[in-house]
Design a protein around this ligand. Structure first.
Ligand code: 5GP
Ligand code: ZN
Length: 113
């Protein structure tokens, strides 16, 4: 997707503060952190949102979740953390390239809606 900001970040066309990268995903510090630690896990392949995940491509979600504990530990989140995915307008998604927020570094408020 040529006009997608996360595709550009994943391709290295726009600079980002990387905490993890492999052939399938990138993890970067959020530009506007909502917690002391706020990292975004982004697949390099473009999927708009959770609605684009199906039986054929769902391995990418497992791959992301398999890397979260390692990154969380490296960032000092031994006490726990939150993983968030916003889907679509009502879900509060603002960048239409699927990503998972990793939030932590303080006791987060529980506010599910
Ligand atoms: P969403 O609201 O779609 O779930 O989350 C999008 C997130 O991407 C927001 O937390 C926002 O701060 C972050 N973001 C938007 N543009 C950029 C960018 O260019 N670089 C980085 N590192 N984060 C961004
Ligand atoms: Zn994209």
């Amino acid at each position: 997707m040529s006009d997608c900001i996360f595709c550009k970040i994943a391709a290295g066309e726009i600079p980002s503060n990387k905490v993890y990268e492999d052939d399938k995903i990138i993890a970067i510090h959020d530009l506007n952190p909502m917690a002391p630690v706020h990292v975004l896990f982004i697949p390099k392949e473009h999927y708009c949102c959770a609605n684009a995940i199906n039986e054929e491509n769902c391995d990418i979600v497992g791959h992301i979740f398999s890397k979260i504990p390692k990154v969380a530990k490296e960032l000092g989140l031994e006490n726990g953390y939150r993983i968030v995915n916003n889907c679509g307008e009502d879900g509060g998604q603002t960048v239409m390239h699927i990503h998972f927020h990793l939030l932590g570094g303080k006791k987060l408020k529980v506010d599910m809606a």
